[in-house]
Design a protein around this ligand. Structure first.
Ligand SMILES: NC(=O)C1=CN([C@@H]2O[C@H](COP(=O)(O)OP(=O)(O)OC[C@H]3O[C@@H](n4cnc5c(N)ncnc54)[C@H](O)[C@@H]3O)[C@@H](O)[C@H]2O)C=CC1
Ligand SMILES: O=C(O)CCC(=O)C(=O)O
Length: 526
């Protein structure tokens, strides 16, 4: 019988499901070292946010087949390492949506009426009504940053309570925002105009310290900020300073840069801030939902069946997967590339399948293309199972065309996307059946392998321009791994594709755009 270790508290409903197929051991007090020592015996691990599944745990988990996160965020799991080891990582993308949204709304209401401090005051024997005069949320402006599942529910309820809604989400269409009663605006406008700001976006390198000292300085002095998403999206030191100096009205945090929250000045701010210990998902209903959702997936995987919400591998039959894997990788890479070139907020994606890719079941390839397209926005939250639904919810119109005739390559895939930076297209092929090559960008012929950090320019084909870009990158200590130029006619327009060893530092794109002859420049991180 397989063995499952449950190392965080999860609802009994989940344990009952696991017990149908496995020996279940619940041990919620393991230290990191004890977990490493114990995990070797287990086929599956079920966790919430408390357990950190590090590389050391994965290395020691020689029998591990699946890690189940009873919740949304898998930032406490080393997913790339699990993927490398072929361990399925599953989560429950929707099981705690309502709980987290309601926690954010509860924070907003409690903050507006000083409920926690008023409660403390009465319990200490005081009766101070004047100190706790609050504000109404009715007719106030709520800025929702991240209009995904949780942000959408917060917006819906806040609207019903008479609030005006602004939203910022670079990957959501204006139509979708409008359906939710939100005006989609740029982030700086939202920061300037909102009376309340609530964060519902993932923590990524781009969103880390999104709310920093400069951003706080642009906000209304009465603004109240809520973070029930992830710690670190707000710069805690800058927030504490703004609250101490009274340059903002208040804050309510459920998540922290480091959890559990240690010795922090946030604890000393009393009336100006509400702090909860990562309780967003802690409702009876959500805990039943996520426990069942994840336990069912662990059971299925242990029985050799696919998981429905795997964050790292497609939920397809193994034999189909085996055959399609290189094409799926091609489609995903091109989707990611074209999505970044098109600049997010994509309204339309056209996928043209040419040659042998056009035969057979093309649906997984379409899904892989969408997964790639959305992956920059949604990170590990988008998978092969939910990519189509996520695209639909974002109002992305998907067009598929097929042409089975074989042209220059036995099979090629062309993706064009219309997004906030206009329409862009990329074509790619598989060399030797597995090596990806990008063979054109915006119909300019090139031949480059996709790499982690890339720079693309559209420029006038004239002497000296390549050297100037090379020196500019050199002056920023960016090493070029490979470079390709494609043009249609001599001294017309040309495209340059550079694979870089290092990420582009901030500000360099502006410098590149100043080089005479450069018409446009794009960075892409794959
Ligand atoms: N406090 C708690 O206990 C819980 C926290 N969470 C956290 O809440 C957050 C939201 O979760 P869901 O709504 O389920 O995720 P979701 O994936 O449905 O929505 C996230 C949204 O953020 C948007 N986004 C991505 N990058 C952005 C950027 N740079 N600026 C603005 N928007 C951006 C995406 O387009 C997407 O619409 C996540 O960080 C999740 O980990 C989720 C459940 C419980
Ligand atoms: O398991 C928990 O309580 C945390 C929930 C959470 O943050 C998530 O689902 O992303």
């Amino acid at each position: 019988m397989p063995k499952v270790l449950v190392s965080d508290p999860v609802d009994q409903a989940g344990l009952d499901i696991l017990s149908q197929v496995a020996q279940v051991d619940v041990n919620t007090s393991l230290s990191p070292e004890e977990l490493v020592a114990a995990i070797g015996d287990y086929d599956a691990l079920m966790i919430r946010s408390g357990t950190k599944v590090t590389k050391a745990v994965i290395d020691a988990g020689q029998n591990l087949k699946i890690i189940g996160r009873a919740g949304v965020g898998v930032d406490n799991v080393d997913v790339p390492e699990a993927t490398r080891r072929g361990i399925v990582v599953v989560n429950s993308p929707e099981g705690n949506t309502i709980a987290a949204a309601e926690h954010a709304l509860a924070m907003m209401m409690s903050m507006s009426r000083y409920i926690p401090s008023a409660d403390r005051s009465v319990k200490s024997g005081e009766w101070k009504r004047k100190d706790f005069t609050g504000v109404e949320i009715y007719k106030k402006t709520l800025g929702v940053v991240g209009l995904g599942k949780i942000g959408s529910h917060v917006a819906t309820v806040a609207r019903a309570m008479g609030m005006k809604l602004l939203a910022y989400d670079p990957f959501i269409s204006a139509e979708r925002a409008e359906q939710l009663g939100c005006r989609l605006v740029e982030l700086d406008l939202l920061f300037r105009e909102a009376d309340y700001i609530t964060l519902h976006l993932p923590k990524t390198p781009e969103t880390t310290h999104l709310v920093n000292e400069e951003a706080l300085a642009t906000m209304k002095p009465t603004v109240r900020i809520i973070n029930c998403a992830r710690g670190g999206i707000i710069d805690e030191a800058a927030l504490a300073k703004a609250l101490r100096e009274g340059t903002i009205g208040g804050a309510a945090l459920d998540v922290y840069e480091s959890e559990p929250l240690g010795d922090s000045e946030l604890r000393e701010l009393d009336k100006a801030i509400i702090l909860t210990p990562h309780l967003g998902a802690s409702t009876e209903e959500a805990q039943v939902n996520v426990a069942i959702d994840v336990a069912e997936q662990i059971r299925d995987v242990l029985l050799g069946l696919p998981a429905r919400s795997a964050v790292n591998i497609p939920g397809l039959r193994p034999e189909v997967m085996q055959k399609l894997r290189p094409y799926l990788q091609l489609a995903e890479t091109l989707g990611n590339l074209v999505g970044q070139l098109a600049g997010g907020r994509v309204q339309e994606l056209t996928v043209r399948l040419q040659g042998d890719i056009a035969g057979g079941d093309t649906q997984p390839i379409m899904v892989a293309a969408l997964k790639g397209l959305l992956s920059h926005a949604l990170q590990e939250r988008v998978n092969y199972v939910n990519a189509s639904i996520e695209a639909k919810e974002r109002g992305i119109h998907v067009i598929e065309t097929r042409d089975a005739d074989i042209r220059d390559y036995t099979g090629s895939l062309n993706l064009s996307a219309k997004g906030s930076l206009g329409e862009h297209s990329v074509t790619g092929v598989l060399l030797g059946g597995s090596e990806i090559r990008v063979t054109d960008i915006d119909e300019f012929p090139i031949n480059v392998p996709p790499t982690q950090h890339m720079l693309f320019t559209l420029h006038r084909d004239m002497p000296g321009i390549i050297g100037k870009i090379g020196s500019l990158l050199g002056s920023f200590n960016v090493n070029i791994a490979s470079m390709q130029v494609g043009r249609k006619i001599v001294r017309g327009d040309a495209v340059m594709a550079l694979s870089l060893d290092d990420p582009l530092p901030e500000g360099i794109l502006d410098e590149i755009l100043k080089v005479p002859g450069i018409r446009d420049a794009y960075t892409v991180n794959l």
